[in-house]
Write a protein that binds this ligand. Structure first.
Ligand code: ADP
Length: 477
């Protein structure tokens, strides 16, 4: 059973039950009232006749028949006078001659009750006229006629009016009931449609979403629960399509990365293989080239090693395995140590490296010292790689608002504007050959970017071709 049928059957069922109970109650009350009125009416008429006969104003002689008949006609009742023994001595509906044919009335229920001294009432069809009557009888003990001084007076009112009225009440109740039920049906058809239409709309949309059409949105703007449901489904679809877009992008990035990795690994492996094969093929015994080939093979093995190290590092960072441990440490001491450590390597390349810190040794910054060491070493390494002999490398620390700005500047080749936004991508190099020649992996800046971002900061570059580059980021103090 669908929702609409449920709503309809509930509404109509409830309305039908209510109307039926109400109708029955109305019929019961009105019929009761009519019956009581009829009974009262009959009793009053009985009392009138009984008092007229009882006080002698009327007697039941054949001479008085006209008056008795007139009285019965005026009161609109059937009037009977019955002797103590049950013999009918007058009946407004039966002529005197035919009275002898009437049954003895002693055992009539109203007469039996009247004989006990109360007003006897009975409702039944008359044996002689076949109409339904309400009979009321009472005893009169004074002068009834010359030969009769006690007996029963009985009046019978036709039930016809009561029955007609009751039929009218019943049919009115039925008509009103049916009309109300019809109205309820029409209204509940409308209401159930109004309730189920947006639900069906939601159903169709969610089915479309389930079938993969994530662009589906439900256009319901009502502020009620249905509107709220539609809204939250829309939000869900929005989030889902964003998530899927992100997943698809990640998937693309991942397979691109895999392609890049294989490509990067191939070069040193092929070269290594080539030199080793040449050596094995006989160059090993040629003292003019054997050492040179071995050294070249060694260089490629080292390159492979640093490539693998960077790959392991970046995959650890990107998979979220990199655990950071933040603490405060002296920025000047830290940078001084790093610069001193790298000075011999710089000197070997004819480069001068200096530290310019505006902080005293007590000034502290907040960060993961080991990761920062790695990032700054990468920056200084790059500066050494892309600066020709005679150049200068300056590591600096200065206050920037409430933070500490750290920068690594060189007087090297510089980076053209169009490359500046891309050099932080994995495997992106401005000059592939030069990068390879100086032992670059193309991952150094990607690692720096990750580490700096894990510190809630951003790495930025400012560079001019032929003049040099400055890489900088800030740390909390
Ligand atoms: P690589 O291992 O090739 O140096 P990086 O990710 O460290 O890879 O750097 C990406 C590219 O950015 C480099 O190939 C180089 O072209 C450029 N680059 C990085 N640092 C500098 C710098 N200090 N001066 C000039 N170019 C730089």
């Amino acid at each position: 059973m669908n929702l609409r049928a449920k709503i309809l059957s509930t509404y109509i069922g409830l309305a039908a039950t209510g109307l039926l109970l109400l109708g029955l109650l109305a019929v019961w009350l009105i019929e009761g009232y009519l019956a009581r009125r009829l009974e009262l009416n009959v009793r009053t008429k009985l009392d009138v006749v009984a008092s007229l006969i009882g006080n002698g104003s009327l007697s039941v002689d054949s001479t008085q028949d006209e008056n008795l008949l007139e009285l019965a006609r005026l009161l609109n009742v059937r009037l009977s006078v019955i002797a103590k023994d049950g013999v009918v001595v007058f009946d407004s509906e039966v002529s005197r001659d035919s009275l002898v044919n009437l049954e003895n009335h002693r055992s009539r229920p109203e007469i039996i009750k009247a004989s006990e001294g109360i007003v006897g009432l009975d409702k039944r069809a008359s044996g002689s006229t076949h109409h339904e009557y309400l009979y009321a009888a009472r005893m009169v003990s004074t002068h009834v006629n010359a030969s009769l001084d006690s007996g029963y007076i009985r009046v019978a009112a036709p039930m016809e009016e009561f029955e007609t009225l009751s039929m009218q009440v019943k049919s009115t109740v039925i008509v009103i009931g049916c009309l109300s039920l019809l109205l309820v049906t029409v209204v509940s058809l409308g209401v159930s449609k109004r309730i189920t239409k947006p639900i069906l709309h939601i159903l169709r949309s969610t089915q479309a979403i389930t079938n993969g059409d994530l662009s589906q949105r439900i256009s319901i703007s009502s502020k009620d629960e249905i509107g709220m449901l539609a809204n939250s489904i829309n939000e869900m679809a929005e989030k889902l399509s964003n998530d899927i877009a992100t997943l698809q992008k990640l998937e693309r990035v991942r397979s691109e990365f895999l392609g890049n990795v294989s490509h990067e690994l191939r070069t040193p492996i092929f070269s290594l293989q080539g030199f080793l094969e040449t050596l094995l093929d006989g160059a090993m015994d040629d003292p003019r080239v054997n050492r040179d080939f071995l050294e070249k093979a060694h260089r490629h093995a080292e390159r492979l090693n640093s490539l693998l190290n960077d790959l392991i590092e970046i995959s650890r960072i990107e998979s979220g395995e990199m655990k950071m441990s933040f603490r405060y440490f002296s920025v000047t001491e830290f940078l001084q140590g790093l610069v001193d450590e790298l000075r011999p390597a710089a000197a070997r390349k004819g480069l001068m490296i200096t530290l310019q810190s505006e902080f005293d040794t007590a000034a502290k910054v907040y960060g993961d010292k080991e990761r920062l060491r790695q990032a700054i070493t990468n920056l200084i390494d790059n500066a050494m790689k892309y600066t020709d002999s005679g150049g200068r490398i300056t590591v600096a620390a200065r206050p920037a608002k409430h933070q500490c700005e750290i920068s690594v500047a060189d007087t090297g080749t510089g980076i053209a504007e169009e490359h500046q936004s891309r050099i932080f991508e994995r495997f992106y190099r401005v000059d592939r050959d030069r990068s390879r020649e100086v032992g670059g992996t193309g991952l150094g800046l990607a690692i720096v970017k990750h580490i700096v971002e894990a510190h809630g900061s951003k790495i930025s570059v400012s560079s001019k071709l032929g003049e040099g580059s400055i890489f900088s980021f800030t740390l909390k103090r």
